[in-house]
Write a protein that binds this ligand. Structure first.
Ligand code: SF4
Length: 218
């Protein structure tokens, strides 16, 4: 772990065990190190059937597994049930980022996280999704709270990982670890829209698996 000084961190309701939903290594790196530095017992839950194509999914997942193994953190590798994701995304193919499709996407990932927490004795869930400045934190938190609500005693922890230097440390850790730098949010529609935007600017289309944090500094 890094020797960064962070503010004290405690789980809600005096809990001592946490299930952390993770979408990728860059977003979870700072969150993992902050949680570990606070001495909180936690497990990573990787459930992201939104990520497309499978090559990109495996790149993100395997890197997250490597980082978890490096720090001895248990890693739950949940289903890649893309059919269910596409079924729920029907009719929302042209929604903009941060719109209704993203609400569905967060809901789906948090619902599975909350179910796993309920069935396996985790009193608190949270996610690193909100550390990205591209995301709407309120939208994410509403989805997390909605997912935890059906389970008595389960709390969604809405800690703001961006604040108190979190965003800067996310980049610092990503460069230190030379994490893979994804260039779109994750689903096929965000890949399409990112490429349409690039095309309109005369920039080359996204190539999977080529850009790593720190590359652009060299
Ligand atoms: S843009 Fe991102 S959050 Fe929104 S639906 Fe696609 S993968 Fe999910």
């Amino acid at each position: 772990m890094s020797d960064i000084t962070r503010p004290p961190l405690t789980l809600p309701n005096g809990a001592n065990k946490l299930l952390l939903h993770s979408c990728c290594a860059p977003c979870s790196g700072e969150v993992m190190e902050a949680i570990a530095a606070a001495g909180i017992d936690y497990t990573i839950f990787f459930y992201n059937p939104n990520i497309h194509p499978q090559k990109e999914y495996l790149l993100r997942k395997e890197e997250n597994i490597r980082f978890a193994e490096k720090h001895g953190v248990p890693f739950i590798d949940a289903d890649y049930d893309t059919d269910n994701w596409f079924e729920r995304a029907k009719g929302m193919e042209w929604e903009p980022e941060r719109g209704a499709r993203c609400t569905m996407c967060f809901d789906m990932r948090f619902e599975r996280t909350a179910l796993y927490a309920h069935e396996n004795g985790f009193p608190v869930i949270t996610s690193c999704l909100g550390i990205s400045r591209w995301k709407n934190m309120q939208q994410i938190n509403e989805c997390g709270e909605r997912a935890a609500a059906p389970y008595p005693g389960l709390v969604y922890w809405d800690y703001n990982w961006r604040k108190k230097g979190g965003s800067a440390r996310m980049i610092e850790i990503s460069k230190r670890e030379r994490f893979y730098q994804q260039e779109y949010c994750g689903c096929v529609y965000s890949l399409r829209d990112s490429n349409l935007h690039r095309k309109s600017q005369g920039r080359p289309l996204i190539k999977l698996g080529v850009l790593y944090y720190g590359d652009e500094d060299e």
